[in-house]
Design a protein around this ligand. Structure first.
Ligand code: PMP
Length: 377
């Protein structure tokens, strides 16, 4: 074909033109078509597949978002200064050490884009959060998957094996991704184990600890990786407003890192990545400590109730510090998941994680959890 002539539209295939890293990727699978399912099942649907917070956001966040709507004709503050200042105060870190993201997902991707390329490897655990593998592939880096702890491990079945992860780090490793607690297993490692790990890993490796579910944790010895942020400049901690703050639809996350890490990320970050409604909502949500306390207490009690109710019916679950439970059926979970689905109870199949024998169930409100129990075979 010559330039300027009409093209063969049917034969055109842009995937042949995509860069190799992108060509090797598959698009995100959104799973169920939730808007269609809401129409089908109406108010009776029990949505337990997306780890959303059934208590909803702080009323103060809703009010701040309504007020911010009137200003939505303006571009948002590209620095997110007010939210960063609030976070800096809340966390006791300097503003220069905070970056904001369109969800923490964006930040996890940006880290790989900025710090790794095809000459590098990135290490993460088997059953680690799915975005770690996607971020690695998008950067064209080599993924080193590390076998998870065994299924019969007492404290963290299928969880991260920090010793093996440290062993897997090579000279060309630029990033290690850890999730604490991890999605989809719900498992966790304590602060002492993390410190041992940080001591073993060279300073040239960016250690990313994804704490998306941090606000839910209360296990002994489990605080936050932030406790080590002053001593390990290669440590990055990511968090989100999507879970305990119940602002998943707004897309706001943040990270805390050495100021020079943030400065690197800022070079590639889209200037207006966090919109003005989200900035206002997140800032107000952060200030409402009472609402967060209610969310924490609710999740702790309801998770325990659901776990007991499942156990009483003979279902094994992994220990969880998050707002979901991984139910281990010990056999292919597809018929189980389909049965619940047909009754309007939506849970997350785990085949994509290599956990075809399990489903992930979010801790919902009591009515939704009861619907799950009623729909069990
Ligand atoms: N990390 C983990 C472990 C998650 O489960 C999720 C959400 N599924 C995220 C990060 C990303 O959350 P968001 O982009 O909404 O902040």
């Amino acid at each position: 074909m010559t330039a300027g002539s009409a093209r063969d539209v049917a034969a055109f295939d842009a995937s042949l033109l995509a860069n190799p890293a992108t060509a090797a990727l598959r698009a995100y699978d959104p799973g169920h078509d939730l808007p269609a399912l809401r129409q089908r099942f109406g108010a009776t649907i029990a949505e337990l597949g997306s780890n959303e917070n059934p208590l909803g956001p702080s009323p103060r966040a809703l009010e701040a978002m309504r007020a911010a709507l009137a200003e939505s004709w303006r571009y948002p503050d590209p620095r997110g200064a007010a939210l960063k200042a609030a976070l800096a105060q809340h966390l006791g870190v300097a503003v220069e050490r905070i970056a904001l993201g369109n969800g923490s997902h964006e930040l996890l991707m940006l880290l790989a884009q900025c710090f790794a390329d095809p000459a590098h490897s990135i290490v993460f655990s088997q059953y680690g959060f799915a975005v770690f593998a996607i971020a690695t592939a998008a950067a064209g880096a080599r993924a080193i998957g590390v076998r998870a702890l065994p299924r019969d491990h007492a404290q963290a079945p299928c969880g991260h094996d920090l010793g093996a992860i440290a062993d897997a780090v090579r000279d060309d490793t630029r990033i290690v991704y850890l999730a604490n607690p991890n999605n989809p297993t719900g498992t966790w490692f304590d602060d002492a184990s993390l410190e041992r790990f940080l001591r073993r890993v060279p300073g040239s490796v960016v250690v990313v600890v994804d704490e998306a579910y941090h606000e839910y944790v209360d296990a002994p010895g489990l605080g936050s990786a932030l406790a080590f942020a002053d001593r390990y400049p290669n440590l990055v901690v990511t968090r989100t407003f999507s879970k305990a703050y119940a602002l998943a639809g707004l897309r706001v996350g943040y990270l805390v890192a050495h100021a020079s890490v943030v400065a690197v990320l800022e070079r590639l970050r889209e200037s207006f990545n966090v919109n003005s409604i989200a900035l206002a909502g997140a800032e107000a949500a952060l200030a409402d400590r009472e609402h967060l306390a209610r969310v924490r207490a609710f999740n702790r009690d309801e998770r325990a109730w659901l776990l007991d109710a499942l156990a009483a019916r003979g279902y094994a679950t992994l220990p969880s510090q998050a707002n979901f439970l991984l139910v281990d059926l010990g056999r292919d979970a597809t018929p189980f998941e389909r049965r619940l689905f047909e009754r309007g109870v939506i849970v997350r199949p785990m085949g994509g994680y290599g956990l075809a024998h399990a489903v992930r169930v979010s801790v919902g409100c009591r009515a939704a959890n009861q619907r799950l129990l009623d729909a069990l075979p």
